[in-house]
Structures are given as structure tokens and as C-alpha cells.
Ligand binder design. Structure first.
Ligand code: 13P
Length: 256
């Protein structure tokens, strides 16, 4: 089974819509058409930038996908300040990150909430990027695999069998996010293989298809080694995605 790697840039709460347009334009200069032969690429700007970025991608026929960082599970209603998957679908959004560790830790998102969001995203024809990952305390106490397994089972529990095969899981150990400390390629591979085996226990036929990204201080220097691992099918990149040249070098990890 060949799984096409997906390199995603999670911009988090950075860049206004003017800066966002500049970044995607710079990125499109950095990347050549053949760079997309063997990878898929997505950018995930803040909500206020989405429409501007969508327009530029469309007008200039850029080859990367538009993504969002979050959404609500409901289509519409009295949820002040929220954005629905139906709205994102209308903006040609392809991928929606759900359950990022920052949302779990800072905004109280549980596995149940994440499961509802993932199912809503899939129902609207987009692909959820479902994030899981242990904290440093959980890793040091030897519980990392158990914690991540519970997150995977809980967060994917509302997807149909067909939706499960299309999902993307991002393994992002919390201690590696924004710290400059990356999981070793071997440790990342071990956890990603574990995630795949958990998915296989739910639906065997889905496990080979599901793409599993690694995230946490990915940069141009470590991307190639991480991506060479058999169960790592891409990267979810934070800080290094805010600079066109460094993100482009990660997209072109095969040339490193
Ligand atoms: P960094 O690449 O900045 O560590 O962030 C990772 C992340 O949280 C991507 O979602």
C-alpha cells in the first residue's frame, strides 16, 4: 500500500489576511509543479484568512490544499463565535485539523468533542486531521501508548468504516510541540505503528490506508529522517510553516 505523504502547515494564531496572502504567494514561488508529484501539501491559516487564501489559490491555480485549524460539530445554530463545517466546505477547504493538543489543553476539548467534530468534517466531504499525543508526564510515567490508544479510539469513534479509512491521524507528542525537541525517528515510528495497529483492531481494511502524520518541531533538518519511517506518512508543521523557504524544504524532504 503506497500512502502519499501529506505535509501540512498549521499556522496557529499567526498572520493577518494580508500576511497570509504574502506567505502563500512566496510558497508558490518556492515550489515547482513536480514538487507535488509525490506529496500533498496543505496550509491551515486562521479563519479570518481563509477566504483570502482560497481566492489566491484559486486565481493562481496553486497546487496546495486549503485547510482549517478547527470547527464546530454542528452545521449552524446559537454557538456564538464558532465556525461550522458546512461553512468551511463552501470555501473549498479540504482538510480540517480537529483535537489539536492546544485545543484539548486550553479549550477543554475531550475525545467525545473531537469525535463529533471529526464525524461532522467527514460528513461534509472534507478530511479530518485528528490530533493525538501524550504529555511529558505521561511519557515519563510509561503511559504514552495507553493514553494515545485511548485518544485514537475515542476520537475516531463516531466515524463510519468508510470515513475511518480516509481519516488522517497526526501524532503530536505535546512535549515536542514548539519546543525544538523532536521525538526521535524511532520513537515516532513506534507510536505511529501502534496507532495503525489500534486502527486495525477497529477495522482491519482501514489501517493500511490511513495516513499518520508526525508533528512536533519538524524542520528542514529532521523531516527526511522522520518521513523515511514506514508508518509516518507526512508531517504537521507549526513554526517552520510560517516561513515559505523552510516549509518548502520540508515539502521537498526527499531532496535533503
Ligand atoms: P511546531 O512545529 O511549532 O512544534 O508545532 C507543531 C504543531 O503543533 C503543529 O500542529
Amino acid at each position: 500500500m503506497t500512502r502519499i505523504p501529506l505535509i501540512s502547515g498549521n499556522w496557529k494564531m499567526n498572520l493577518n489576511h494580508f500576511e497570509a496572502i504574502q506567505l502563500v504567494q512566496k510558497l508558490s514561488y518556492e515550489l515547482r509543479n513536480h514538487d507535488y508529484d509525490a506529496v500533498e501539501v496543505s496550509v491551515h491559516p486562521p479563519f479570518t484568512d481563509l477566504r483570502s487564501v482560497q481566492t489566491v489559490i484559486d486565481a493562481d491555480r496553486m497546487l496546495f490544499h486549503l485547510g482549517a485549524q478547527n470547527c464546530h460539530a454542528e452545521d449552524s445554530g446559537a454557538f456564538t463565535g464558532e465556525v461550522s463545517p458546512a461553512m468551511l466546505g463552501k470555501m473549498d477547504v479540504t482538510f480540517v485539523i480537529v483535537g489539536h493538543s492546544e485545543r484539548r489543553a486550553l479549550f477543554g476539548e475531550t475525545n467525545e468533542v473531537v469525535a463529533a467534530k471529526a464525524a461532522a468534517v467527514a460528513t461534509h466531504g472534507m478530511t479530518p486531521i485528528v490530533c493525538v499525543g501524550e504529555t511529558l508526564e505521561e511519557r515519563e510515567s510509561g503511559d504514552a501508548q495507553v493514553i494515545v490508544e485511548a485518544q485514537v479510539r475515542g476520537s475516531l469513534s463516531s466515524l463510519s468504516g468508510d470515513q475511518l479509512a480516509e481519516v488522517i491521524v497526526a501524532y503530536e507528542p505535546v512535549w515536542a510541540i514548539g519546543t525544538g525537541v523532536t521525538a526521535s525517528a524511532d520513537d515516532a515510528q513506534l507510536m505511529c505503528a501502534h496507532i495503525r495497529s489500534v486502527i486495525a483492531s477497529v477495522r482491519k481494511s482501514a489501517a493500511d490506508k490511513v495516513r499518520i502524520q508526525y508533528g512536533g518541531s519538524v524542520n528542514a533538518a529532521n523531516a527526511a529522517e522522520l518521513m523515511s519511517m514506514s508508518d509516518i506518512d507526512g508531517a504537521l508543521v507549526g513554526g517552520a510553516s510560517l516561513e515559505a523557504a523552510s516549509f518548502a524544504r520540508i515539502v521537498n524532504f526527499k531532496d535533503a
